[in-house]
Design a protein around this ligand. Structure first.
Ligand SMILES: Cc1cc2nc3c(=O)[nH]c(=O)nc-3n(C[C@H](O)[C@H](O)[C@H](O)COP(=O)(O)OP(=O)(O)OC[C@H]3O[C@@H](n4cnc5c(N)ncnc54)[C@H](O)[C@@H]3O)c2cc1C
Ligand SMILES: NC(=O)c1ccc[n+]([C@@H]2O[C@H](COP(=O)([O-])OP(=O)(O)OC[C@H]3O[C@@H](n4cnc5c(N)ncnc54)[C@H](O)[C@@H]3O)[C@@H](O)[C@H]2O)c1
Length: 495
């Protein structure tokens, strides 16, 4: 990437207050600041809202806290299957939502100003604005100051997409930012979008007793995953009474006699869907305006994320970006991964630069069943013309899953034809997000399915599914010639 010509229009300070300034105290910013402090750099972290960013305050943590409560309710509803005649759950929606806040409070110290100050980071709670490629203006309650830095990491995150659907402003919509403020349960909740946010939250609210309808314009839920994976999520949602309307596109909101109605388009017809609350889960857009990027000319990508090169650098070689604001992934663990590169390249790039390693990126959607993935799935391999073989193990056969009363799902491994090299894995089922870790490690350290098959897995665990799928691969790759020869050898020995 070439240096933006605008660099030459700015006067570079002769001395600097900081080695690195990090803008944004979410998953990406916190890790960048941590790394910088660990290697003894002078680092200032600026956060304008809440330390911990989306993950702690409105994203991963509250959603997973709500998932754990609602799973308890779903398990209680299945009590009979477990030999318990009657198990009633007495709860109030408001109490459940308060518990979510308590979980956030318990995790808050991990991301707190105090913790980062103790680590050696200067933390400023204020609004940052780039006023030159080396200067950041910070506005706090007590005033405005200008800081200078040799390098800058932009980690300003993303926000829920609010599309300009006519009438949207009249229906008091909620997003993943505001849903956590609800204390009164929606009776009839529409969830716009069947991606990870829509699916996780739709299931939670259905389990709490709301009547939930998902509106998804694509032909499947979780469209990035393979059809067999999203199919299992769909059939679970059907069983739980969630209405899933596929190939429906939200077109307009109207309010008639006080009733809120969504007009959605389906097969060229307009369908009316009444509701009392609508959650927008239509994707997240990067925060790229209002803090000086446009003034100094930091370039954006066609997807409106900050454009970075393979080293997380923007068109200014000393300004880096990481996390949701730069993409291409929008996960806490990828934000943290990129943050290491942004900080290290920002501090030591003159000596050595490290290219961000995207070779093995895992993720999971925490619906029941969970859907976890690393590497290629079938649809991506086909799109990219990559040849593969499939080994699939059905979890309905797994002793532990049967004992747990959760015998559904699968482990599917794509391997390079004729070898045990793993190209990608999809796991659907209980604890899929944990089970995939074995394959992430195997892929990272280039271990094939033979190595997984040769590893002892504790009986009876869900992790045995990983060994069994390796066994499926082995059965399909038996050394037939050798086995024929061995059979003759045994025959000869018998005389
Ligand atoms: C409902 C939901 C569930 C999710 N679940 C998961 C999950 O289970 N697993 C997973 O891996 N990911 C999950 N994610 C995604 C994850 O939350 C994000 O990928 C992650 O938080 C991105 O971190 P970030 O640091 O890039 O951005 P953020 O966390 O958004 O942090 C950016 C920070 O920058 C601050 N900021 C912005 N502008 C300025 C400025 N000018 N000055 C100072 N500060 C500024 C903001 O206030 C914010 O705190 C979920 C997201 C949502 C919404
Ligand atoms: N477990 C996790 O790791 C986790 C959980 C939640 C969110 N996230 C992150 O947050 C990101 C955003 O999630 P998301 O679910 O909001 O976005 P998404 O982009 O994954 O899904 C949005 C869905 O909305 C549909 N859609 C868009 N416009 C529509 C319309 N007008 N009518 C009907 N449907 C429409 C799209 O087809 C798509 O399927 C994810 O990509 C993920 O990276 C991760």
């Amino acid at each position: 990437m070439t240096t933006n010509k605008k660099t030459y229009n700015w006067v570079k300070p002769k001395k600097f207050d900081n080695n690195i300034i990090v803008i944004g105290g979410g998953s990406a910013g916190l890790v960048s600041a941590y790394i910088a402090a660990a290697v003894k750099a002078k680092v200032t972290l600026i956060e304008k809202h809440k330390m911990g960013g989306d993950c702690l305050n409105t994203g991963c943590v509250p959603s997973k806290a709500l998932i754990s409560t609602t799973r308890l309710l779903a398990d209680a509803a299945r009590a009979r299957e477990f030999g318990i005649a009657n198990l009633t759950a007495d709860y109030s929606f408001a109490d459940v939502m308060e518990r979510v806040q308590r979980v956030i409070k318990s995790i808050e110290p991990h991301d707190s100003v105090e913790r980062y100050q103790d680590l050696g980071v200067v933390v400023i709670e204020g609004n940052a604005r780039l006023i030159s490629p080396w200067e950041v203006e910070v506005t706090t309650k007590s005033g405005t100051q200008t800081l200078t830095s040799l390098s800058i990491v932009i980690a300003t995150g993303a926000r829920p997409l609010v599309p300009p659907i006519p009438g949207i402003e009249t229906v008091d919509y909620i997003t993943s930012d505001t849903i956590w403020n609800l204390r009164e349960q929606p009776k009839q909740l529409i969830v716009l979008g069947g991606g990870p946010i829509g699916c996780e939250l739709a299931q939670c609210f259905a389990r709490l007793g709301s009547r939930v309808t998902i509106i998804e314009m694509a032909s499947r839920l979780l469209i990035r995953e393979d059809e067999d994976a999203s199919g299992l999520v769909l059939s679970q949602f059907d069983q739980e009474g969630i209405t899933v309307l596929l190939r429906y596109t939200a077109k307009q909101f109207i309010v008639e006699n006080g009733e809120k109605i969504l007009l959605a388009e389906h097969e060229s017809k307009t369908v009316r869907i009444p509701f009392d609350q609508v959650l927008l889960a239509l994707g997240r857009i990067s925060n790229t305006s209002g803090y000086g990027l446009e003034d100094i000319g930091v370039e954006l990508s066609p997807k409106r994320t900050i454009q970075v090169d393979g080293f997380q650098a923007t068109n200014y070689p000393h300004i880096f970006a990481c996390g949701d604001v730069s993409g291409p992934y929008q996960f806490t663990h990828t934000a943290a991964h990129q943050a290491w590169y942004a900080a290290v390249n920002g501090l030591f790039g003159d000596i050595k630069k490290f290219r961000t390693d995207y070779s093995i990126i895992p993720w999971a959607t925490f619906t029941e069943p969970e859907v976890a993935r690393v590497g290629f799935n079938e649809q991506e391999a086909k799109e990219q013309g990559i040849k593969y073989e499939i080994s699939k193990y059905d979890i309905s056969d797994l002793d532990r899953a049967i004992a747990d009363g959760n015998a559904h799902g699968f482990v599917k491994v794509l391997t390079r034809p004729g070898t045990d090299k793993i190209l990608g894995v999809t796991i659907v089922g209980n604890h899929a997000g944990d089970l995939i870790a074995e394959f992430v490690l195997a892929m990272k350290y280039k271990m094939g399915l033979n190595k997984i098959l040769g590893t002892i897995h504790i009986y009876p665990t869900l992790a045995e599914a990983n060994k069994y799928v390796a066994g499926v691969w082995k059965k399909n790759h038996l050394p037939l010639k050798l086995l024929r020869w061995v059979a003759r050898y045994h025959e000869w020995k018998r005389g």
